[in-house]
Design a protein around this ligand. Sequence first.
Ligand SMILES: [Ca+2]
Ligand SMILES: [Ca+2]
Length: 193
Amino acid sequence: MSQLSDTVDALKRNIDGISQLSDIVDALKRDMGSERNRTAAPMKCVGETVSSQQCPDDWRRHQRSCYLLVDTPETWRDAREDCHQLQADLASLTTADEQTYMGTQVVGGTYWFGLSDIMAEGDWQWVDGTDFDSAVTNWAQHEPNNLKKGEDCAQIWHNGRWNDQTCTNKHAYICEKRTGKALALLVSQLVEA
Ligand SMILES: [Ca+2]
Ligand SMILES: [Ca+2]
């Protein structure tokens, strides 16, 4: 009989323990919920900033970039400097999607963009630092051919294909702002931190 009583006592203690455990789990759930709300709030705010980011007047938006097609002819270096003045750089057309889009925008003109092998012949470099070997390219047939005294700057033809051209020749050019991309990168770094 005393053994049975002991067993009942032990069972009661277990039930008390389970009930306490259940309280702890509930408290943890509440804590996690408030923690999630705390971290989600600023993320939502940043997300809205990205999506509401508008391109300046005259700039064209595609994905996370704003592009300005400038029809005043400049050398490649002066064109790049002019883009810098606009808090932008010559466009880095590093994805197939971006190249297809730009092909539809440059109809009727030839434009410098942000690719050159000025530093070393054949070592093409994107101005935004994208690794050239892993990026998609869209050279026209038989280009780049580094003709005559050398062609070290890239331009996009009206058909969307690329040609290397003498950098000191003057051409229209494309500037690109990547505010959304920079912001997205910042957000991903904040999330990882
Ligand atoms: Ca070259
Ligand atoms: Ca060429």
